[in-house]
Ligand binder design. Sequence first.
Ligand SMILES: Nc1ncnc2c1ncn2[C@@H]1O[C@H](COP(=O)(O)OP(=O)(O)O)[C@@H](O)[C@H]1O
Ligand SMILES: [Mg+2]
Length: 242
Amino acid sequence: MDTATFPRPGPAARDVAARQTDAVVTTHALTKTFGRGAAARTAVDRLDLVIPRGVVYGFLGPNGSGKSTTMKLLLGLLTPTSGSVRLFGSPLDRRHRGALMARIGSMIEQPPGYGHLTGAENMRLVQRMLGLQQAQVERALELVRLTEHRDRLVRTYSMGMKQRLGIAMALAREPELLILDEPTNGLDPAGIEEIRNLLMSLAGEGVTVLVSSHLLDEIDRMAGVLGILSAGRLVFQARAPS
Ligand SMILES: Nc1ncnc2c1ncn2[C@@H]1O[C@H](COP(=O)(O)OP(=O)(O)O)[C@@H](O)[C@H]1O
Ligand SMILES: [Mg+2]
């Protein structure tokens, strides 16, 4: 895997560790094993993640390396086999989960829009479900540049537009932390560039963005910190040179 544009662990990794106190996400020995006995398979293996506030954290790893499983653990959609997650300084447990999730927007695996509804109708569902203002929904559509396509059925959208609608659905609540699972998957270079610019500008406003990819060149230019996952292990975590 080409990591040439990033410094080796060492001073930079210690710099990341020094920011733990200001971290939005920290995990301690986070582990998830699926199945039992001979069929047991460890998808996430003793992960110690540190995601500082206001960065784009690029979560890179080949297919099957555990990216989606990690994100589901961070969202409380899966229960860890062992280890722990802290979000905004609080433990992710039953007592805190609801309040923590209100501060997080996410898109995991597939963009979530209903094909038989328009973009605007999908956004209205999110608005009602989360009790949002109309202005929040409008702003989210504007940010992903879907305003002019809002009245089209989502099944007629391109892959890039579906991804952008998914991001708008995640953004509408104005989250402090945005977790996006392979949002550049299936996009052409122009679509990737657009998402890169959007995520970098959100980070510039102080939103923390965790974004996964299995392709280095899709995220290396947007990531302020890069973490590389291999077979469930974090093999590299460092701040990108500015
Ligand atoms: N619900 C599940 N049950 C059993 N195995 C799973 C489940 N989800 C993921 N896995 C396995 O865990 C590993 C990591 O998967 P995943 O987190 O989806 O990786 P990535 O998102 O990096 O492609 C893979 O071997 C996958 O087959
Ligand atoms: Mg995945």
